[in-house]
Every structure is written in C-alpha cells, then in structure tokens.
Design a protein around this ligand. Sequence first.
Ligand SMILES: Cc1cc2nc3c(=O)[nH]c(=O)nc-3n(C[C@H](O)[C@H](O)[C@H](O)COP(=O)(O)O)c2cc1C
Length: 358
Amino acid sequence: MSNTFGTLLKLTTYGESHGESIGGVLDGCPAGFCVDVSKIQEELNKRKPGTNTWTSPRKESDEVQILSGIYQGKTLGTPIGFCIKNEDKKSEHYQNLENVFRPSHADYTYQAKYKHRDARGGGRSSARETACRVVAGAIAQQILAQISSIVVQSYVCQIGDICLPQEKADIVNVAQYVLQMPNHEYQDQAIAKINALKEIGDSVGGCIQTIVSHAPVGLGEPIFDKLHAKLAYAMFSIPAVKGFDLGQGFTAASMLGSQHNDAFYTDENGNIKTTTNHSAGIQGGISNGEEILFKTAFKPVSSIKIPQNTVNKAGEAEMISIQGRHDPCVVPRAVPIINAMTALVLLDFILQDRAKSF
Ligand SMILES: Cc1cc2nc3c(=O)[nH]c(=O)nc-3n(C[C@H](O)[C@H](O)[C@H](O)COP(=O)(O)O)c2cc1C
C-alpha cells in the first residue's frame, strides 16, 4: 500500500478504524518552529465525529498525543510522531460486513486485492485515517504562518443541489457555521435536506471551495509535480472525493481565449499582477501570486440504511441495509482535511524551493 505522502515533507500514517490507535510520522519539518498542540486539537475537533446530529454518532475525543519531534513547544527537526486512540469501537455493527460487500465502498476492492482485510469500521479504508492528516496539516499550517503570509481557507459551497455562490459566502467566519457553509439561508436549506435524508436512511454529497491567499510566486515543480497536479493528487487521496476543479475547471472548455486569458499589469509596488484570475493562481504548474482557487467534490457516502442489492464473498446475491454509525453528509467534516492537505502541499513546495536556492 502507499501510506506516505510528500517529497521533502513526508507524512506516513498508520492505523485502522477499530484498531488500538491511529497515528503517523511527519518527517522533514525543519527545526526551531513553534508548534501549539492546542491549535492542532482545534483542527481535529472540527473533523471529529459525534459533534452534532448530522455526523456519525461515533464518540471519539480525538485527543492527539505527540510522541516525538517537538520539545519545549518547538520542532526539533526530527520526525514528529503522534497518535490518537480509537476509543468508541462498536465492531459488532460490522460483523456482517466481513462477508458482504457494501456497494460503492472499498470492501470488494480491498478483499480482491489483499485477500485479507480488517472489515471493522472499514479498516484502513475508513476516513478515520484522515484525522492523522489533520494533525500533520495543522503543524504545516503553523509553520506556514511563521515563514509566509499564506492563508488557506475552505468552506462548504454545495450540499446536494444547494449551491452557495461565492459572493454570498461569509468566508472569514466559516468556523461559526455548523455545516461550514457560511450563509445562514443556504445552510438552513442544507440542514433541512440532510435531516430529511437521514430520516429515510440516505446520504448526500457536496463540494468544498478552497481559497489560498498570499501564496508567493514560484511554488510548483514542473513537469510532473506541477502545483495543481499535486493539489489534485492530495485532494483525490481523501476518501469519497470524486472531483477536483481548478478555477474555471471544466467551464474553461467552453470559453474563448479572449475571455479566459488573464491580462497582466504592473501594480503600484512594481509587482506583476493579472486583472482577472481564470488561471486560479497557477500558470504552467507554478503559482503566479494570485489567489489559488479550487473546488473539491465529494460523493454521497455509500453506507446507507436503504436496502441495496449486493453480493457476498462467495458471489451470492444478498440484500444489505447498513446499520453502523455513518454520516449522512461528510462534506462539513472534510473542510479541515482539505485545509490540512493543502498546507502539506504548499509547505513541501516551499521547502523544495529553499533546498534549491543556494
Ligand atoms: C470525513 C469523512 C467521513 C466519512 N464517513 C463515512 C461513513 O460514515 N460511511 C461511509 O460509507 N463512508 C464514509 N466516508 C467515505 C468512505 O471512507 C469512502 O467512500 C470509502 O473509503 C471508499 O472510497 P471512495 O469513495 O474514495 O472510493 C467518509 C469520508 C470522509 C472524508
């Protein structure tokens, strides 16, 4: 399996949903940067289940324990090891899933590829693993704040067919909105939709918009490690992600060159800027100093109570109704995961730039 992400800044995660713990090692952090563990915990709290009626009722305190690499509140330059205990395991909910494949989950493909798997809570394929990314990303965000002016912000811009236009989004206050959808009118509609779907045992997907401000010019390593290629790779590694849209995305295909091109000008400080930002802050795989804008699409999660047709390990037809503890909509909990993966990508590129700048 591929359990490590990053080039100079490398995150390796371990753990299954119902094992003793999950955790990881973040290697490649330079020494001497301040890390506030309470800020890591704040990010973890945004992702953890059981905080409201729309998320999985699994109750996890998700308290991170730092095992190495940070001493007296500062990075040592050594690997940062950390773990989070799995406290609320109800593996009995998953006993029938040892033999039956949940439609559109990872059960069939893991079984076919590895022949032996931990089916409890989805095992390694469970999004519980993403808590480790949030820990590493929160460390990366704190380091970014000490070496740059970069700000990474994400918010829920769509739940099902309810789409929040960017001009109506109260982006600076995202954290104050329970669904991370920063507009009360749209959020209320989304809550009503999720509640109705929960009632009938169905699920719904949605999209998260990310805005990276004040990124310096020059991040990204063409040819293969273009900035947008690495961001897309990072986002697609998150469970349930089915789409990545950079700036205009697929709508660019129906625009004319004269509409899509971003005209250059020089501002009062002598910086080269663009009048529009259809390139979403990246040209040729390198950041151009404008805002980096992308959208990530999540499918409706597959564990639903509505009965579905499936087969068991022997290939025999069965009906399945999934009873465990599942989110009817995972999109709000994915906001800190997206911010974490974005911060890891950006810090990795900054480190690569510095490594080459002698
Ligand atoms: C924060 C988060 C929570 C999730 N919770 C669930 C869940 O409760 N039930 C479920 O079936 N899938 C859940 N998923 C999605 C599955 O992990 C994912 O669909 C599965 O691993 C198969 O991968 P794929 O959808 O990328 O093909 C969640 C995803 C995220 C990001």
